[in-house]
Design a protein around this ligand. Structure first.
Ligand SMILES: *Cc1c(COP(=O)(O)O)cnc(C)c1O
Length: 364
């Protein structure tokens, strides 16, 4: 009998991929994951605890998420039929890749997605683990999208699915509206997903594009505004797409606690989100100024809850020496090239930001 070899069963792409793992370890200040600072008081915890007492834990959660989708729809000014919630927007990304993975003859039967770089790593990661190709089109020198290159990549690969994070992670910049429109109009055979994970911190949103174009969908999440623990994100899409994605969604994907807490976060507890957003935006302005004064740094103006900055010294060294001081941020030096000196820091509480600045001044 031939011997069992797991490697002959596994997708070959897996050999080149690593699991998504945040840096582990003991840090006094963690500004690496774009979470919101812990600003909410005991009242919020008590309200959530009371909500737990009311849940029927013997029963499956509401499979259609009526309450949560109504709360999202109300908050955003869309219809509940245009909303589908998932285990973070991460899950929605994978669901879209599942339902839109139709091999295209023009591309030799390959399935491709197109996105930008640098951007959110889960787009290429989730595509590749499914055996799909991911074309990553570089942002321009001011970290804006490059519409001509994107359209060319879409055309060459015959991609079904395009992801544009706006505001973008890790650059904190928004795609300029006119360029985004050019991509949407130039790619009528693809769905353009605008990932608005950070839009609560931005000056504008892109809901009007969803309204105007049949090939646009949006992603939103509660993760960056104070409720990362819930793992709740959602898709805003035209009902025909929502219906299709719903067929691929696992039954009861969102547990009852997440559904309930997320509904509360978007209704009764919404003032706490507004409070976080206001406070972080204030701190972002202060941090932008102070960071800009640190020797050799160049800060990109941010529309998100983090700052993207260039350091004079290699990002690897700055990152490592901050870690030694128990301050964790994100470095992108492993991707090399123009990212070798780029770092990303989440806007934290005033005290966290001060400690980060103090240590950065020592190592910059
Ligand atoms: C953090 C992030 C997400 C993931 O959000 P979850 O809802 O926590 O899965 C999606 N897109 C971008 C661009 C992000 O930075």
């Amino acid at each position: 009998m031939t011997e069992f070899a797991l490697s002959e069963l596994l997708r070959p792409e897996l050999a080149e991929l690593a699991p998504y793992l945040p840096t582990l370890g003991d840090f006094a200040v963690r500004l690496d994951a774009n979470e919101a600072p812990a600003l909410s008081g005991p009242e919020l915890r008590e309200r959530l605890a009371r909500a737990c007492l009311e849940l029927e834990h013997e029963r499956y959660p509401d499979p259609t998420m009526v309450e949560l989708r109504a709360a999202i729809a109300q908050r955003m000014g869309v219809a509940p039929e245009e909303v589908l919630a998932g285990v973070g927007s991460d899950e929605i990304i994978t669901l879209l890749m599942t339902v839109l993975a139709r091999p295209r003859a023009g591309a030799g039967g390959a399935v491709s997605i197109v996105t930008t770089t640098p951007s959110f790593v889960m787009y290429p990661q989730s595509a590749r683990v499914r055996g799909q190709r991911a074309l990553e089109v570089p942002l321009d020198a001011s970290w804006d999208i490059a519409p001509d290159s994107l359209l060319r990549a879409i055309e060459i690969s015959d991609a079904h699915l395009v992801f544009v994070a706006s505001p973008n992670n890790p650059t904190g910049t928004m795609a300029s509206l006119e360029r985004l429109e050019r991509v949407i109009e130039g790619a009528p055979r693809a769905l353009v997903v605008i990932d608005e994970a950070y839009v609560d911190y931005a000056d504008r949103d892109q809901l009007a594009l969803f309204r105007r174009y049949p090939n646009v969908a949006l992603l939103r999440t509660l993760s960056k505004v104070g409720f990362a623990a819930l793992r709740v994100g959602w898709l805003v899409a035209h009902p025909e797409l929502v219906t299709a994605v719903d067929k691929a969604r696992l039954p009861y994907n969102l547990n009852a606690y997440s559904q309930k807490f997320a509904t509360l976060a978007l209704t009764e507890l919404y003032p706490s989100i507004l409070n976080i957003v206001e406070s972080v935006k204030r701190e972002r302005e202060r941090l932008t100024v102070e960071l800009g004064r640190v020797k050799g740094t160049l800060v990109t103006p941010s529309q998100a809850n983090f700052l993207w900055f260039r350091s004079e010294r290699p990002a690897r060294d700055v990152f490592t020496e901050l870690c030694q001081r128990k301050v964790l941020i994100r470095s992108f030096h492993e991707r090399g090239g123009r990212l070798s000196n780029q770092l990303r820091v989440t806007v934290g509480s005033p005290a966290e930001n001060d400690e980060f600045l103090r240590c950065l001044r020592e190592v910059a």
